[in-house]
Design a protein around this ligand. Sequence first.
Ligand code: ATP
Ligand code: MG
Length: 719
Amino acid sequence: MLTGDQDLPDGIGMARLAWTRLPTADGAPPEGSVPASPTAAWDELFAGGVESLDYEVIENYAYREEQAQRGKFWVPYYIVLKWVFSLLIGVGTGLAAIFINLAVENFSGWKYAATFAIIQHSYFVGFVVYIIFNLVLVFSSVYIVTHFAPAAAGSGIPEIKGVDTHGILLFRTLVGKIFGSIGSVGGGLALGKEGPLVHTGACIASLLGQGGSAKYHLSSRWVRIFESDRDRRDLVTCGCAAGVAAAFRAPVGGVLFALEEVTSWWRSHLMWRVFFTSAVVAVVVRSAMNWCKSGKCGHFGSGGFIIWDISGGQEDYSYQELLPMAIIGVIGGLLGALFNQLTLYITKWRRTYLHKKGKRVKFYCSKDNEYNDLATIFFNTQDDAIRNLFSAKTFHEYSAQSLITFLVMFYSLAVVTFGTAVPAGQFVPGIMIGSTYGRLVGMFVVKFYKKLNVEEGTYALLGAASFLGGSMRMTVSLCVIMVEITNNLKLLPLIMLVLLISKAVGDFFNEGLYEVQAQLRGIPLLDSRPKQVMRNMSAKDACKNQKVVSLPRVSRIVDIISVLRTNKHNGFPVVDRGQNGESLVIGLILRSHLLVLLQSKVDFQNSPFPCGPGILNRHNTSDFVKPASSKGKSIDDIHLTEDELGLYLDLAPFLNPSPYVVPEDMSLAKVYNLFRQLGLRHIFVVPRPSRVVGLITRQDLLLEDNGNNVTTELQSTSV
Ligand code: ATP
Ligand code: MG
């Protein structure tokens, strides 16, 4: 076993950019780090750990063998299956969305019907019934999450952004998410269902990608061909887009959301499939809605989905209005940034003082039993309340006092509800808050610019956009979603203006909501840009004082076990002797692959020398596949006898022979960009090479299918 720079050829180092907070041996968060979660549910997740994904294709011997053996139908089959899965993800997510909406709308319908009927006789009893209804729904949601699917808490969006959080994409999480969000949204909490739907789509996609749920024996082998994290992640991206498309009935918004918010690693050909999945969702949802319109689905008719048709809104705008609109942008930025900051404090506070079972729920119900304009906001589903706020002045008149009261109350409720142990989306509360102050500003504009044809509803919509921009910091996707949900293209330039201002103002103060959430839960996300200081640091600086832990090509089993036990690294350089006896780094072996080899034992050998050919058909790539988002194997699962510990293992056939390498003096900013753009997990840092064997340029990559170089041919024919 080699442990230490001095043992490695040429002082090789390992660069890891993701900041990692590994739990200590007893599962507690390490010192000096922010503990992972606002609730015990997330703590359980954190104890399981968060891991990077392996986007890189490991071109080891098993992989190359398999590639060579594939028949000519394999590629078409693979492509067809990819598209079929995209279709199924769309259908599945669409149906899940309909089911959630149907349940929520019906529960709300029964709740309001019962309350109204009772209120005719006694206000008090009606109020009590209303509370009981909400309590039952909310507590059932909490129960599902805390006892059945801890990973279903929260929105789920930060957890699926480019890392593998244990338990986040399991079948039980999917079930917990669907039923949990029915309870939390139906129970009137200040939250929405779009975050849960994104997570639901991702779970459906991941389950399809691994061929079903292995744990519940629902998996099928013939569809299990998506073996790399890369393929599965592409499906998850489709699932996320499908979630947004289903929640807002905004297919293009879904595609852009996946691009802007979800994937840490986007490839252009993925756009096609994501687009297709979103289109499928749109069709499924539309067909179901048409079917339900005739009253076959109880209280679920045209409403439910996050969509407010305000096509009758303000026709035009004058330049004088740009100032109040810019002000809305600034307010959105300020209130959004404040929201992020407050949720951060509250979550930390809750973690310190309320971190016990049974103290995790916050709920609200309207105490206002008078029949006034304030009650029409509170005593409504949030969707209807927003529809009223967006409506033109003639339909609904609110007093400034009611709006301010509502704003303060709902803002506080949304802050407090954030981080409770229920599935939660932040869009709908954000739209509620934003549209309230937007309408307030609209009222003032109506008063001051008397001659203009101003509609308060338009200002409410801009307010909603500004708050979401100020808190979530998305731009393009948010803009498209806002246009799609309001069905009013005329307002596009205004929404863009407001979003740009609110994002800029918010960015001045802190990070976006999803980034804050991710930090709180110990999820190591990499920003899209490197930090300024990285420009003055080199790759070597990043791995200063690091003793590289590596393995010789033929390692003793006992040594491998001790390496795996004594540190938590997930990748190890493998070193061999060259022809002249010098050390040579021959590749990188992953911890997960080592564990598979140790468990199967078939490759153990008596000799301490490299194995001959012929042992290699014992594995195919699927042996090395880790089930999505489950803990995978651990060193504690390996049980070996004394004799076995004395045997050897030749690692050469199983390692990644071509890991990415950077010279030690490359700036860390450049390493960061490589890492981020290629979706890497490990990079070797090496000294300057002594010679160059060749150069590749664009021309070398323009190959025809038969392997000939196009440009060279062109040149030779033209001579
Ligand atoms: P992930 O678990 O998502 O793969 P991580 O950041 O948790 O990523 P670790 O392997 O635990 O990765 O790495 C933590 C630190 O240890 C990093 O600073 C990294 O550079 C260093 N490191 C990783 N592998 C080795 C190794 N084989 N030898 C020495 N140091 C390593
Ligand atoms: Mg780790």
